[in-house]
Write a protein that binds this ligand. Structure first.
Ligand SMILES: Nc1ncnc2c1ncn2[C@@H]1O[C@H](COP(=O)(O)OP(=O)(O)OP(=O)(O)O)[C@@H](O)[C@H]1O
Ligand SMILES: [Mg+2]
Length: 365
């Protein structure tokens, strides 16, 4: 049989047009997703946008008003037919995960396992090894730190080899430094176990770090979906840019398919004359030059025209410095980030240019 004859297997998890209304308001509004085995998709969006509700419907603890859920191509839930949560082979890990305090670490991990005692013990040992907690196998939850408990909870969720893992802000109770390590460990374990993972977070950094694919959600809808690089570099709209970083916004009006700004003209192909647009760019795509007796750098094709601004304040953030400028031409405030330490005095004039290939010309929403 050739690859052509080989029908593409159904995705591990597929969700079609899920809708959930509370008091007449659609809090999940036509959400569709598809996740392969071994793939991590992050559902990313601001608080209240419907992430947890989506997850709860997939887990089976909340009923949708319409839409279907499939696992490996088989319907597990629509508005009529419904496989109960415990038979969905879905692992769950929520923010407020709780280990059973009266059970040992081994018994916690073995909780969802069936079968012979020695097989269960072997699976428990395998998983505790993978989360580097084998030495605590006969200990109790209260003897573990928060991060260690989190890893036990992960081992417990993965023990029955779920086909799908649903994780709702599972790292939010941890401090920053601990979190990075646990995220990385978790990710490699999830990949080894080959589950399809849907991870909910409202933190862009977490999504960028964990996801093969990001589904950006807002007001119940998925507004953009794709690999982290694509979502970051080709955002669907201004809110999608702003969700990942600070942004700068220039207002302009289109005339002859061009938008005039202090940084020169931007192409706005197909946009009718008189339309208001915004030119949106991130602070890291602003380049700074020193003022040389009132003159700045010459215009180039990649950076356009330079505009002069006066430093308002500068802050050191660790990996980079954030400098705010008030622009001479219109008094607008713009932000620039510079790698490492760069702390110019307030009042100092500098010239700003922007990387044109990193600017988004967007209709005003
Ligand atoms: N059982 C319920 N009854 C009424 N409204 C609800 C119910 N469950 C959720 N909601 C509402 O639905 C909206 C979406 O809630 P959801 O918990 O899915 O948000 P979220 O994206 O997970 O937010 P967060 O990041 O804060 O956890 C919220 O406005 C919430 O108040
Ligand atoms: Mg939530």
């Amino acid at each position: 049989m050739t690859a052509q004859d080989d029908p593409k297997p159904a995705p591990r998890l597929e969700v079609r047009s899920l809708i959930r209304r509370f008091e007449g308001r659609a809090v999940v509004d036509d959400v569709s997703l598809s996740i392969e085995a071994g793939q991590v998709t992050c559902l990313l969006g601001p608080s209240g946008c419907g992430k947890s509700t989506t997850l709860r419907m997939i887990a089976g603890v909340e009923m949708q008003d319409s839409g279907e859920i499939y696992v490996d191509g088989k319907l597990i839930c629509d508005t009529v037919f419904r496989v109960p949560p415990e038979r969905r082979q879905i692992g769950l890990m929520f923010q407020d995960f709780a280990l059973f305090p009266h059970l040992s670490v081994a018994d916690n991990v073995a909780f969802g396992l069936k079968g012979a005692r020695d097989l269960k013990r072997a699976r428990v040992e395998e998983l505790l090894n993978k989360v580097h907690l084998k030495r605590f196998i006969d200990g109790y939850p209260h003897e573990l730190s928060g991060g260690e408990q989190q890893r036990v909870a992960l081992a417990r969720a993965l023990a029955p080899r779920p086909r799908i893992m649903l994780m709702d802000e599972p790292f939010s109770g941890l401090d920053n430094r601990l979190r990075d390590g646990i995220r990385d460990d978790t990710l490699s374990l999830l990949k080894e176990e080959d589950a399809a993972v849907l991870l909910v977070t409202h933190e862009p950094d977490e999504a960028m770090r964990m996801a093969d694919e990001i589904a950006l959600m807002r007001r119940g809808r998925i507004v953009q979906q794709g690999a982290p690089y694509n979502v970051y570099t080709r955002p669907a709209d201004k809110a999608a840019v702003a969700f990942f970083s600070d942004v700068n916004v220039l207002q302009a009006q289109v005339n002859g398919a061009l938008a005039d700004t202090p940084f020169g003209q931007f192409l706005a192909p197909g946009v009718p004359d008189g339309t208001d647009v915004e030119i949106v760019f991130r602070p890291q795509h602003v380049k700074l030059d020193f003022d040389r007796k009132g003159a700045g750098p010459l215009p180039t094709a990649s950076t356009g025209v330079a505009a002069r601004g006066v430093v308002q304040r500068a802050r050191f953030l660790g990996n980079e410095s954030l400098v705010e400028f008030r622009m001479d031409v219109d008094g607008a405030l713009l932000k620039a980030t510079v790698p490492n330490v760069f702390m110019p005095e307030p009042g100092r004039a500098m010239w700003l240019t922007v990387r044109r290939d990193r600017c988004f010309v967007l209709p005003v929403d």
